[in-house]
Structure formats: C-alpha cells, structure tokens
Design a protein around this ligand. Structure first.
Ligand code: NAD
Ligand code: G6P
Ligand code: MN
Length: 471
C-alpha cells in the first residue's frame, strides 16, 4: 500500500524553534512522509530569515517536497493535515514588557508565570482563537498542535470556544524535559515508561513512572536514588552550570533543591516560581530578565545560523552539512528523535511534538503529556479544569490516564491558580475589568490588590490594541 504523504503548516514560522523543527522533519521523512511544508507568520521580515534557510535545507535534504513561506492565510492553511502552532502574540517586544513591568513592583517578571504571564495570556487568547478559526476555515480536519504560551490559559480559552473540536491539542515540553533529565539516573529512557502526571500547565507533578513492559512503578526507586545521592547530584548539577546566564542549568539546580524539600514526587521546574518566589525574583532584575538572555542567546544564534546558510546558498559540503544526521532512507523511531537536535537549547522541543504526531498517524497509543478537560481524572478537582496529564495518543482518541485524589497541598495550589486563569479568560471574553483585577489578585505571585491595580494599569498602556477594551 502506498504510504500517505502529509501536509504541515508551521504557524509562527519565524519562531526560533522552526529551524530545529524543519530539520527533524527531514530526519523523519520515512516515518512521517510529507507532501508539503508551509511556514506562516504575521511578521514577514522575521519569517524570511528562517524561511530562506528552509528553502536551502529542504532542497538539499528532502526530495520532492513542496515548500514555501507566506503571510497569506489561505495559502498557509488550505487542505493541511497538521498545523504546528508556536506563535508569540505581541512578539518579543511585549515579552520584554511582560518581564520588566513586574520588576518595577517587586514581583517576578516571567514569560508565563505571574503577572507577565497573565498579560501575555490576554494577547494569546485573542490571537489563538482567531488563528484557530482561520485554520478551520481552510482545513476543517487538521490536527492543531499548539505550543503557544501561556498554554494553560490558551487551553482554558480553546476549551470554551471550540468545545467539540477534538483535534486541538495544547502541549508543553517542560514535563518531558524533566523526565529526560532524571530518568537516565536509574538507567531508563522515556520510551521505557508510562508516567502518571497531573497539574495545570507549568504547575504540576509526576507521581508514578510505570514500566511499559512490566507495570513496575520506578518512582520510589528514582526518589530514593535522588535522596541517597543528593550531595553528589547537587555538585554535578552545579558543575554543569556554564555561567550566570545559564538559565536552564540554574533552574535544574533549583529544581533539585525543591526535591529535597518535597521528596515524594517529581515536580515541574515551573513550580519554582510559585513556591520559591524570593529565590526566583532575585535571579533577575529590572535591567536584565530572561528576555535579554533569549535575544542575546537563542535568537542571535539561530538567526545568525540561518543567515549564514542563506549567504552560502548551500549546506552540503560546508560546515553546516547535516548529512550525518539526515538519512532519507532511515526509518527513524521515537528513540532516534529523543537524541539531541543541533541548535536549540531545549533539545526535546521539536522531538516531543513530532513524537505525538507519530503516535497519532500510527495509532501507536504512546503516552504524551497533553492538556485535557478533567472530567474525573483527578476526582477531587473541578471537572472543568484543563489539566495537563499523561494520555495515550491514538488516531481517533486521546485517552487520559486516571490520577485519582490529589493531595491537599497540590490541590490548594492548583485551585488557586485555576481560579486566577479562569477569571482571566472570563475577563477577556466579557471585557470585565473587575474580573481582570480579581485574576491578578488571585495570582500567588501578585496577591496584593494595590499592586494588581498598578500592574494592570501599566500593562494596559503598553498592550494597547493587543488587549480588549475592559469595562
Ligand atoms: P519567537 O518570538 O521567536 O517566535 C514566534 C513567532 O510567532 C514570531 O516570528 C512572530 O512573528 C510570530 N507570530 C506572532 N503572532 C502571530 C500570529 N498571530 N500568527 C502567526 N504568527 C505570529 O518565539 P519562540 O521563543 O520561538 O516561541 C514561540 C512560542 O512557543 C511562544 O509562545 C513560546 O512561549 C512558545 N513555547 C512554548 C513551549 C511549551 O512548552 N509550550 C516551549 C517553547 C516555546
Ligand atoms: C520551556 C517551557 C516553555 C517556554 C520555554 C522557553 O520549554 O516549557 O513554555 O516557553 O521553556 O523559555 P525561554 O525562556 O528559553 O524562551
Ligand atoms: Mn511550557
């Protein structure tokens, strides 16, 4: 039987993660055969940098593929099978505001957690809803796999606007990165296990690591290993930190320290912002936040790389040759794509999304961590919550794994954060100023009504048309 060839649009074509994603598509051309790849963005100039690079890479490494980049919706979405979405509503300039404004009020300025994440959430809800409607106008059956942040807030909004659309999946790569960081300590890799995880996006915990073959739960062994080797691991994590700008190195060291305080589960790194606000706050300042590091680091590296290849006009036979990684005849599996990709500092990003796709097209029932409506997964949490949990991924169904009762500490944190996110989405759809104030106040990182009011006033000034008019 002839294998089906798929069409993919990458929304947010100018994203710093797109080159990695395109490289992975080349690597997997046997397992995930493609007819067409299109990049779509609202920023023509930004997308051109990545788009021109894509022309060279696909021409040299993907025979017969149709490829172009565009800002036109119809040519981007028509008849697509998959839309991979990684847009940043408002771009990096607004991320700078999201992170810097909170520092003026002595609160954490972070991309997705705290007041900056709420400001970003308002922009994202509006742009994601519009984007999904546009995609659906031209590709009613496409799988829409979304990375755009703040994913918890986006998921709460898409659940409400598209309640019957089973092909919108919101995902995050962080829990997967945590697994990849810790499983090797006990000689395991991700494909060996089926984890149990629960939370809202960027606030969650792994509680079990079930062996796919034997059913054995490896979590107690991992937790014991971490506590027994704590000093040694701490030193190893510290030694790996490459300098004061090594955001992820420092994050994982803090994460390890969090596991000493709460030794009974494997948490998400983002829990740090809620549980250790002082330490998180002191890492950055009004002058310098993670935004500056990303601009100087990932964005500069990725864009310079793309520009150099475009100047050269070729990759094969140059220092940028990817022949050692891309073998068009290799039938790659998920184990192959767990290995590192070349440029991004977050290696699992593209791999994790494509793993989900492979499980969908092959009806493989592999696990994926995705956001789904609670509906009894966590028996003592609101059934409307969009929980991030472990699911079996197939062609026709996404089947969440049952979690059961959530302990009091985690329940309290989640209910508080859900109230905040729910109020924010209410505020956007109802244009309700009071709910906006309640959302900011409910957030653990803000807390104080007067601070919330000042933050909202400042964010309103810089978000102008990105935000609705609140009444
Ligand atoms: P980026 O700013 O480098 O790229 C985003 C691109 O989206 C830009 O080229 C921008 O012009 C474009 N864009 C903005 N609004 C758009 C719209 N309405 N339609 C189409 N394109 C639009 O950002 P990045 O660092 O590459 O991250 C991209 C997104 O993915 C962000 O939302 C980020 O938070 C998210 N992300 C999520 C995860 C996760 O785990 N869920 C991981 C990494 C990145
Ligand atoms: C992790 C998170 C994402 C976040 C990303 C990039 O992968 O899961 O949600 O957007 O990190 O963060 P950075 O600060 O490097 O742009
Ligand atoms: Mn994330």
């Amino acid at each position: 039987m002839k294998q089906k060839k798929y069409s993919v649009v990458i929304c947010g074509g100018g994203s710093t993660y797109t080159p990695d994603m395109m490289e992975l598509l080349c690597m997997l051309q046997k397992s995930f055969p493609l007819k067409k790849v299109v990049l779509y963005d609202v920023d023509e100039d930004r997308q051109k940098i990545v788009g021109d690079y894509g022309h060279i890479m696909f021409q040299e490494y993907y025979e017969g593929l149709e490829y172009y980049y565009t800002t036109d919706k119809e040519s981007a979405f028509k008849d697509m099978d998959f839309a991979f979405v990684q847009i940043r509503a408002g771009g990096m300039d607004q991320r700078n505001n999201d992170e810097k404004i909170p520092y003026r009020y002595n609160t954490i300025g972070q991309e997705t957690c705290g007041p900056g994440g709420l400001a970003y959430g308002i922009r994202s809800v509006i742009q994601m809803v519009e984007l999904i409607k546009d995609i659906r106008a031209y590709a009613k059956d496409a799988w829409i796999i979304n990375y755009s942040n703040p994913a918890a807030i986006v998921a709460e909004a898409t659940k409400r606007v598209f309640p019957n659309d089973k092909k919108i999946i919101n995902i995050c790569d962080m829990p997967t990165s945590v697994l990849d960081a810790y499983l090797p300590l006990i000689g395991l890799k991700r494909s060996d296990i089926q984890p149990v995880y629960f939370g809202l996006n960027h606030l969650g915990w792994f509680t079990r690591l079930i062996n796919r073959k034997s059913g054995y739960d490896h979590m107690p062994d991992l937790l014991k290993y971490i506590q027994d080797h704590y000093e040694e691991l701490h030193q190893q994590f510290q030694d790996k930190i490459t300098g004061e700008n090594d955001h992820w190195g420092i994050t994982f060291l803090n994460h390890l320290e969090m596991m000493r305080d709460f030794p009974y589960s494997l948490p998400n790194t983002y829990n740090l912002y809620y549980l250790y606000p002082n330490k998180s706050f002191s890492h950055y300042s009004l002058e310098r936040t993670r935004y500056d590091e990303v601009i100087e680091g990932r964005e500069t590296t990725v864009f310079n790389y793309c520009k150099k290849v475009t100047e050269l006009g070729k990759m094969k036979g140059t220092e940028y040759d990817l022949s050692y990684r891309i073998n068009p005849n290799n039938h790659a599996t998920t184990d192959d794509i767990e290995s590192k990709t070349v440029y991004a500092d977050n290696d699992v990003h593209a791999a994790y999304l494509v793993e989900l796709v492979l499980s969908i097209i092959n009806n493989a029932q592999d696990f994926g961590l995705v956001m789904v409506k609670n509906n009894g997964i966590c028996t003592n949490l609101d059934n409307e919550m969009m929980l991030e949990v472990s699911c079996l991924i197939g062609t026709n169904e996404i089947m969440p794994l049952q979690v059961g009762e959530v302990p009091t500490f985690e329940k309290g944190l989640l209910e508080n954060q859900y109230a905040c996110e729910k109020l924010l989405v209410d505020a956007v759809f109802e244009h309700d100023d009071l709910k906006l104030l309640q959302a900011f106040t409910e957030n653990r990182i803000v807390r104080d009504v007067e601070v919330a009011k000042q933050l909202i006033a400042e964010f309103k000034k810089v978000n102008k048309d990105y935000w609705p008019q609140f009444k």
